[in-house]
Design a binder for this molecule. Sequence first.
Ligand code: PAF
Length: 280
Amino acid sequence: MTEIVRSKAVLRDKVLAWKRAGEVVGVVPTMGALHEGHLSLVEAAQGCDRVIVTIFVNPKQFNNPSDLANYPRTEEDDARKLARFRVDVLYVPGPEEIYPDGFATSVSVSGLTDMLCGAHRPGHFDGVATVVTKLFTQTGADRAFFGEKDYQQLQVVRRLAADLDLGVEVVGCPTIREEDGLAMSSRNLLLSDRARVKAPALFTAMEAMAEGLRAGGDASDLRAEAERRLLANGFTEVDYLDLRATDGLRALERLEDGVPARLLAAAWLAGVRLIDNIAV
Ligand code: PAF
């Protein structure tokens, strides 16, 4: 069984010893409720000499208290799932290890965080950027592994790592999907059986929209059609369904020659906010 460390002091001693031996440290930051998507990150991290997986349900990135309260917490199961990998430490800090009394610092990445999820979840990316900066410094990671499923988050983390000279290589890994196309996410656990059956409609609508874009269609027309399909399939609200340039996430109305693009979406189904993105 993987060793669980809850104290940053204990973690620091281990990491210092690894660094002295010249070992490359990889980290997979998570909020737990691990699924095959997370495990693919742990798999990708196996090329590092040492692997740390972190589990911390970060209160600062939830803009809604009931969302935080309902977030699945499954530490024992998570530890069991990690047993098939080489994981040196499962770091599960308590809140005081991350946000000690009097904590007053926030890391804010401007520009990239004003749009998409940032526009719908005020403060969310400041919370993510702050905790990721703390996790990078506490783990002393040389490489950090993040899923492309949270595409905007990946861009934000890349930006902050570069801007703050954190010396971490941020590695993006492909989204892992269920057989019916639903992107794996800890939030899928919150879907009722009925809602779970409807959830793949998000990916299907995005695929159809991507096809229309490749055929030369306009994003606004195709978005309206995709929204109609989603609402007809039980979704209650679409926060966004946007065509964006892969680099910098500039909004696009149609595909442009030589500009790699992505379709990004967030939509509500039975009270659960699902996000997804695909390359177009
Ligand atoms: O993607 C997540 O699970 C979280 O946003 C992260 C990166 C672990 C920060 O809390």
